[in-house]
Design a protein around this ligand. Structure first.
Ligand code: UD1
Ligand code: UDP
Length: 373
């Protein structure tokens, strides 16, 4: 029997974490030949994830360059992925989320008239430039894709508002929860420590917002003598210059290289409080009942904010400092936020996605329930 070819394309750390359980699920289906092509928009941070999940891509474009710009990177993905698509002739290309890899890979597939399935579809903010360039990447990818795997009901509604066909939208939960559950179940019980876990990397936070975040962190350790901050710093040199410049010398602020996913999951579970501008961490923190303060002015992930475990605190030094200090001072406020919940998934997103793919490719499947928190 000729197998259906599904080619998954990804390039950065978060895409890899969220696509890894799906790639593993696809590999188990006898009807499918699963192929992985990585752009390596990230290098070390991608390889960390490929190693952990034991994924050896059939194609590695090795595209990352230091301080890469958006137009060049977009051009390299388009021109270097196209020969791979021409060679493999997939029946479906899968992309994830909202990076340059996502948008350019979708376009490359479209030019060859290959259908695209979009994992983590339908996230939206009301601002076209925030997050930048991710908001436009996801809007463009939605227009190209023929299958939309929406993590939540809110994401589905966003897609319907964009005029996309409801028969092609599947509410699956976010695959990050599949990855998180798989990883956490192998870890020992975490120690509980008075640690604030901090991550920040977003382009729109480069410059003054990143300085504000760092100054607020410094004030927090100075005010709270028993507090330590753990900050795995993204490898982007623009981020590192600011972070090491302001926080490099404090004995209770530990600046480290990006952690492998499993130790990072353990760091989230051990921490008292999480401050982040990351998309993925906003989704993961609530699973462990950790209050998450989001260092952004807008978010495409409103579900945990509505549930009360995540708070959008903005990018001003005083707002960040006072929001975190309040949770350190006021046990009632802390307890109110520290409730474990999974509004983003139940760990079964990947089987749901594969089910929808098989149906789309003409292989009818028994009925399956979609995600409902
Ligand atoms: C990218 C994504 C962003 C995502 C983030 C996750 C785009 C435009 N941005 O942002 O949506 O949230 O990844 O982390 O798609 N670098 C290394 N080694 C690595 C990774 C990065 O040295 O393993 C350095 C390189 O100098 C590289 C720079 O970081 O040029 C920026 O990488 P890039 O992927 O362009 O942007 P990110 O800020 O990482
Ligand atoms: N992460 C990791 N090591 C780290 C920091 C984060 O493995 O040192 C994981 C985190 O658990 C989440 C993902 O990386 O799943 C988020 O990636 P990032 O913040 O780079 O991107 P975003 O989610 O904002 O696009």
């Amino acid at each position: 029997m000729k197998k259906t070819v599904v080619l998954s394309v990804f390039g950065t750390r978060p895409e890899a974490i969220k696509m890894a359980p799906l790639v593993l699920e696809l590999a188990q289906r006898k009807e499918i030949r699963s192929i992985v092509a990585v752009t390596a928009q990230h290098r070390e941070m991608l390889d960390q994830v490929l190693d952990l999940f034991d994924i050896s891509p059939e194609h590695d474009l090795n595209l990352m360059q230091q301080r890469q710009g958006l137009p060049e990177l977009t051009g390299r993905v388009l021109s270097q992925l196209t020969p791979v698509l021409e060679k493999e002739k997939p029946d479906l290309v899968l992309v994830h989320g909202d990076t340059t890899t996502t948008m350019a890979a979708s376009l490359a597939a479209f030019y060859l008239k290959i259908p695209v399935g979009h994992v983590e579809a339908g996230l939206r903010t009301p601002e076209r430039y925030n997050p930048f360039p991710e908001e436009m990447n996801r809007r463009l990818t939605s227009q190209i894709a023929e299958l939309h795997f929406a993590p939540t009901q809110t994401a589905r509604e966003n897609l319907l508002r964009n005029g996309l066909e409801k028969e092609r939208i599947f509410v699956t939960g976010n695959t990050v929860i599949d990855a998180l559950f798989k990883t956490a179940e192998k870890l020992p019980p975490p120690p509980q420590e008075k640690i604030l876990l901090l991550t920040a990397h977003r382009r729109e936070n480069w410059g003054e917002p990143m300085q504000n975040i760092c100054r607020a962190a410094l004030r927090l350790v100075e005010r709270n003598q028993d507090l330590k901050i753990l900050f795995p710093v993204h490898l982007n040199p623009v981020v590192r210059e600011t972070v090491f410049g302001i926080l490099g010398k404090h004995p209770r602020i530990q600046l480290i290289d990006p952690l492998d996913y499993a130790p990072f999951v353990q760091a989230m579970r051990s921490s008292h409080l999480i401050l982040t501008d990351s998309g993925g961490v906003q989704e993961e923190g609530p699973s462990f009942g950790k209050p998450v303060l989001v260092l952004r002015t807008t978010t495409e992930r409103p579900e945990a904010i509505d549930a009360g475990t995540v708070q959008l605190v903005g990018i001003e030094e005083e707002d960040i400092f006072s929001s975190a200090q309040r949770l350190l001072d006021d046990p009632k406020a802390y307890e109110k936020m520290a409730r474990a919940m999974n509004p983003y998934g139940d760990g079964k997103a990947c089987p749901r996605i594969v089910h929808a793919i098989l149906e789309f490719l003409g292989m009818p499947q028994p009925a399956l329930d979609m995600f409902s928190p």
